[in-house]
Design a protein around this ligand. Structure first.
Ligand SMILES: Cc1cc2nc3c(=O)[nH]c(=O)nc-3n(C[C@H](O)[C@H](O)[C@H](O)COP(=O)(O)OP(=O)(O)OC[C@H]3O[C@@H](n4cnc5c(N)ncnc54)[C@H](O)[C@@H]3O)c2cc1C
Length: 301
C-alpha cells in the first residue's frame, strides 16, 4: 500500500526500492533491509514522500553516502530517504559554491579546485555527501565544514523550507543544529576564497597521501569509530592498550589505524558493537578515559 503510494509519487522503479539491503548503501558494507528506500531527485519529491509517510505514520531515516553509520543487522523499519547522485548538482557564482545535499564532498572539493577557490582542500578524501558532512561538521587536517559553510537550506519537520545562515548552524565538534532538529538538509552554500591553483592541488595531494598511507582505505569501514576525547587521540589510546588487530567475528580493530574498525569479511553490526564495547572497556581500564562513538547507530538492533 505504502509502496504503491511511493511509486505514484516517483514512477521510477530504480529510485523506489522495497526490502533493500542497507549493506549495499553503507561504506561498512553492513546492514539488514530497509522496508523502503527512496532516492529522491528534488525537494518537491522529498516533500511529497514525507507527507505520505506522515499520513501513514511511517518512520523516516535520512542518509547520505552511509559513511558514518552502523546500520543494524535487522535493518531499518520504515522509509530510508537516501540523498545521493540524483540530488548532486553543483554550481557557483563568484566565490560562492552551491551544492545539492547529495553531492559527494570529493566532487565539490575538486569543483572548487578547478575554479582556483581555496578552503575545501581538507575535504578531498572524506567519503560522504556534502549533506552528511554538514550534519556531522566533518573535518580533517585542521579543516572543518564550519569554516566554509555560509548557509544551508533545509526542510523542517513541518514541511517548510528554511535557510539557515552560518551563525544559526550551531557547529561544534562533529555536531550541527541538524543533529538536534530533525530537518533534512537540501542545499549547501559555501563561501570560499580566491587561491592559487597549484597550491590548492598540492594541498589536496598531501591530504590524499596522508589519508592513504595512514588509514585503512582499502577495507570497508565507517571512518573513525570514536570521537576525540579531550586531550587525547582515540586511536593512540586504543593502540597503547594493545588492541590493534583485535577481532570479533568479521570486525577488526584496524592494524593500520587503531581508531578504525574494519570489516574484514562478513562482519555484522553485532560484531562491531561487541568490538566497540570491548575497546571501550579495555581503554577505560587502562586510561580511565571513556570513548564515545562518533559513528551513528541506525535501525533495529
Ligand atoms: C574511510 C573513511 C574516512 C573518513 N574520514 C573522515 C574524516 O577525515 N573526517 C570526518 O569528519 N569524517 C570522516 N569519515 C566519516 C564520514 O565520511 C563523514 O562523517 C561524512 O561527512 C558523512 O557523510 P555521509 O553522506 O556518508 O553521511 P551518512 O553516514 O549517510 O549520515 C551521517 C548522519 O548524517 C545524517 N544525514 C546525512 N545526510 C543528511 C541530510 N541531507 N539531511 C539531514 N541529515 C543527513 C544521517 O541521518 C546520519 O545521522 C570517514 C569515513 C570513512 C569510511
Amino acid at each position: 500500500m505504502f509502496f504503491k503510494k511511493l511509486s505514484q509519487i516517483i514512477p521510477d522503479p530504480e529510485r523506489v526500492l522495497c526490502d533493500e539491503l542497507m549493506s549495499n548503501h553503507t561504506t561498512f558494507r553492513i546492514g539488514g533491509p530497509a522496508d523502503w528506500l527512496v532516492l529522491p531527485k528534488s525537494v518537491e519529491e522529498i516533500t511529497a514522500v514525507l507527507a505520505a509517510a506522515k499520513t501513514e505514520s511511517v518512520p523516516v531515516t535520512v542518509l547520505g553516502r552511509g559513511s558514518n553509520v552502523l546500520v543494524a543487522d535487522k535493518g531499518i523499519r520504515g522509509l530510508v530517504l537516501r540523498l545521493g547522485k540524483y540530488m548532486s548538482g553543483i554550481r557557483h557564482d563568484g566565490l560562492t559554491i552551491y551544492a545539492g545535499a547529495g553531492a559527494s564532498l570529493g566532487d565539490v572539493s575538486r569543483y572548487a579546485a578547478k575554479l582556483s577557490l581555496t578552503g575545501l582542500e581538507f575535504a578531498i578524501g572524506i567519503p560522504g555527501t556534502i549533506g552528511g558532512a554538514v550534519f556531522m561538521n566533518a573535518g580533517a587536517y585542521e579543516g572543518e565544514m564550519r569554516q566554509v559553510v555560509n548557509a544551508v537550506t533545509a526542510l523542517c519537520p513541518d514541511g517548510g523550507l528554511t535557510r539557515y545562515c552560518c551563525e544559526e548552524l550551531d557547529f561544534g565538534y562533529r555536531h550541527s543544529i541538524f543533529s538536534d532538529n530533525q530537518s533534512l538538509i537540501c542545499e549547501i552554500e559555501l563561501q570560499l576564497a580566491p587561491g592559487d591553483a597549484v597550491a590548492i592541488r598540492t594541498k589536496m595531494d598531501e591530504c590524499t597521501f596522508r589519508r592513504n598511507t595512514r588509514q585503512p582505505v582499502e577495507l570497508p569501514s565507517a571512518g573513525s569509530v570514536f570521537k576525540r576525547p579531550p586531550g587525547y587521540y582515540a586511536g593512540t589510546l586504543i593502540e597503547q592498550t594493545g588492541l590493534k588487530g583485535l577481532t570479533i567475528g568479521g570486525a577488526q580493530v584496524s592494524e593500520k589505524h587503531a581508531g578504525f574498525i574494519v570489516n574484514i569479511g562478513g562482519a555484522t553490526a553485532r560484531d562491531v558493537l561487541a568490538l566497540i564495547s570491548e575497546v571501550q572497556q579495555r581503554v577505560y581500564e587502562k586510561f580511565s578515559v571513556r570513548l564515545e562513538p562518533e559513528i551513528r547507530q541506525i535501525g533495529e538492533i
